[in-house]
Design a protein around this ligand. Structure first.
Ligand code: URA
Length: 229
């Protein structure tokens, strides 16, 4: 693959900017400076550095972010910064999209990718991808509320009751809720319909991915694509 094209595919700017990076000696491959912008490189498992920072060639990027509160899952945020601002510029330039959305005040696992097929599978209601939420409740949880969440509650935009795949009490004010749908504000609306209120919401896992305990709020890491996609 042509080196300029490769850098462009990885989010390092326009064709012209990528040429400029190489010609000005800012790109290393396997520890050696490369100044031929049209050098033919094999992208497979390629490691390269731009301005001394190491990168690996990725045909598609899959990123897990520990979303902190106070960020919006939008390319054009209105009231708070976008989650994309937590990622380095080359990743932002690749046009990563969030795999579903979390509310501004929700924390936890958020996936981002530029793989349209993955995005489709992970957001399709037909695929029943399970999401596990830790829900901190305003009022003490009751058996009746748990039973309602398991049996299904009616939300105003849908005549069919919506049921949790699982609803378990972790303690008097903490609920573990497993959902397979992705309706707008689904957790908050289901909890309200069951007669309680969400005080804080955190997503622990989604499909094959779980938030690692050492990934702090605001931090991100690359993940491998779920082979089921
Ligand atoms: N359900 C909600 O109500 N909010 C989220 O952020 C995610 C699921």
């Amino acid at each position: 693959m042509n080196l300029t094209k490769l850098l462009q595919s990885q989010g390092f700017g326009t064709r012209r900017e990528c040429r400029g990076l190489v010609l000005s000696g800012r790109v290393d491959i396997a520890g050696a400076r490369v100044t031929d912008a049209d050098a033919d490189v094999n992208p497979e498992n390629l490691r390269f550095a731009v301005d001394g920072q190491d990168w690996r060639y990725r045909e598609k990027a899959y990123v897990m972010l520990h979303k902190p509160a106070g960020y919006e899952c939008s390319q054009r945020p209105r009231h708070h910064p976008s989650v994309l601002s937590l990622l380095p510029l080359p990743l932002r330039n690749r046009g990563l999209q969030t795999v579903g959305r979390l509310d501004e005040d929700t924390t936890g696992l958020l996936l981002l990718t530029d793989d349209g097929q993955f995005l489709h599978v992970y957001t399709s209601p037909k695929k029943h991808i399970a999401k596990v939420y830790r829900v901190t409740l305003k009022h003490a949880l009751s058996e009746a509320q748990l039973a309602a969440l398991r049996a299904g509650v009616v939300l105003h935009d849908d005549p069919e009751p919506v049921a949790a795949r699982a609803a378990t009490a972790r303690d008097a004010h903490t609920l573990e809720l497993v959902l397979t749908g992705g309706k707008y504000h689904q957790v908050k609306r289901m909890v309200a319909a069951a007669g309680n209120r969400v005080a804080a919401l955190h997503r622990e896992s989604m499909g094959a991915y779980s938030l690692p305990p050492d990934l702090a709020p605001g931090e991100w890491c690359y993940v491998e694509p779920d082979r089921a996609c």
